[in-house]
Design a protein around this ligand. Structure first.
Ligand code: IMP
Length: 416
């Protein structure tokens, strides 16, 4: 009854999605997304190079979307209770696939708190500028959850009309507050009335065909909240899919430049109901360099020219927001902290092919830059690449490393 957990060891965008996709294809019966919401953007290229992006759906839904996959099993995808749900975006994401999902493919915990339109508006107004959030309403939705004011997914399914009334009520209070106290909001100026009108338009758009969407989504609600432990007891292979990365953990020293959930083993246990003894392998994903979006600097930031090279060859633009990512060198201080707190067993190194474009590469360790050999090829024949693998093993103490050789499904060398 093995359980594998995939986590990002940096600031998100490590490429967890493609690792989850690779493992899902040959191993998983169940894939569980356990924290965050539509702030994630998990990008996957199938063997033909077709691109797919998921935001809230577990990446396991993608395997059956492409023709030439090696999978023989059926995958049950689960959105666990630690995630926040925007049901309008969820509906659009499900509908965006060619192969329709049934409730055998997707199960959603009834205890997921909803992201309401007011959460999105509050995120845009109060946090997008200040913290560089993705403006998907994540922080305000978790705030309501911890204040025990959330509408849960099961509430919506049981009584859509009263859930809608609650959302409307919150929206009107938000608008009234804005109308009366607009001057205290730093982003509001003369365009105050315009913003109030835009908010109305956004809210009306969001609730358009609401009943129809809820009626469609209701098939996916989990009948039994013990679904994950039940599947574990049936002996299924369970893959837990982290979103964001440990550098964005709400319980970290990077606060407040963080997300509002725990992309860690602790977050996975809280959300799934599994216990720590049931997790057999913790896989940490990291790029051969580092990227970050949002506010907050980082010590391993590289010079402008190397940053531009990494951004260009690595296509370092957010999959959710399209924002350019700041680039830097692989920071072992950060990675080692994540390894320690999550008990990482296995490292997956991503995008070394992008790193090959750097003439004079560096790594960052013990608060200092160290020069390393140029890497010409992501191959065990390449001296620079083998040296990088040895450096990683030496500095992290982890001997089980896998590495990707390109962006497509299957372009990965396991366990060297
Ligand atoms: P939020 O999660 O939208 O509240 O944003 C909080 C911080 O987390 C911001 O710095 C975002 O840029 C960052 N963030 C959230 N999701 C991701 C992600 O999937 N990848 C990278 N950064 C993210």
């Amino acid at each position: 009854m093995p359980v594998k957990l995939v986590l990002g060891l940096q600031h998100g965008d490590e490429g967890k999605g493609r690792i989850v996709d690779d493992i899902a294809e040959f191993w998983a019966d169940v894939v569980v997304r356990f924290q965050g919401g539509g702030n994630a953007g998990h990008t996957v290229y199938d063997r033909e190079g077709n691109k797919y992006v998921t935001h809230i759906l577990p990446v396991g839904v993608l395997v059956k979307q492409s023709k030439n996959h090696a999978m023989k099993r059926h995958i049950t995808n689960i959105i666990a209770r630690g995630c926040v749900l925007n049901i309008v975006d969820l509906y659009d994401e499900i509908k965006s696939f060619n192969n329709e999902l049934s409730n055998k493919d997707l199960q959603i915990s009834g205890y997921c708190p909803l992201i309401e339109p007011t959460h999105i508006l509050a995120d845009r107004l109060n946090y997008q500028g200040k913290l560089g959030t993705t403006a998907r309403g994540i922080g305000p939705a978790y705030s309501d959850f911890y204040a025990r004011d959330s509408i849960l997914f099961k509430d919506l399914i049981e009584d859509p009309q009263s859930s809608l009334f609650k959302m409307q009520d919150k929206f009107f209070k938000f608008q009234t507050d804005l109308a009366q106290n607009g001057h205290v909001y730093p982003l509001l100026s003369d365009s105050h009335n315009e913003m109030l009108n835009n908010n109305f338009a956004f809210f009306n758009d969001w609730i358009d065909n609401f009943d129809e969407k809820v009626e469609y989504i209701k098939q996916f609600i989990s009948k039994d909240e013990s679904i994950i432990t039940d599947l574990y007891n049936e002996g299924k292979n369970i893959l837990l899919e982290g979103a964001q990365g440990c550098g964005l953990n709400i319980h970290s020293n990077n606060y407040p430049d963080v997300t509002s959930s725990a992309p860690t083993i602790g977050g996975a246990l809280n959300s799934t109901g599994l216990n720590h003894k049931q997790i057999n392998e913790v896989i940490g994903v990291m790029k051969a360099y580092k990227t970050k979006v949002g506010t907050g600097d980082f010590p391993s930031k590289c010079n402008i020219s190397d940053g531009e090279t990494l951004a260009k060859f690595g296509n370092e633009f957010g999959a959710t927001t399209g924002r350019p990512r700041k680039c830097g060198w692989l920071d072992f201080d950060e990675v080692n902290q994540a390894i320690q707190m999550n008990g990482i067993d296995h490292l997956c190194l991503i995008k070394t092919d992008v790193f090959c474009n750097i003439e004079k590469p560096f790594i960052y360790h013990k608060k200092d830059l160290e020069s390393i050999s140029k890497i010409n090829n992501v191959s065990l024949e390449d001296k620079g690449f083998v040296e990088l693998l040895m450096t990683i093993k030496d500095k992290t103490g982890i001997n089980n490393i896998s590495f990707t050789t390109g962006p497509k499904r299957g372009e990965i060398v396991w366990n060297v």
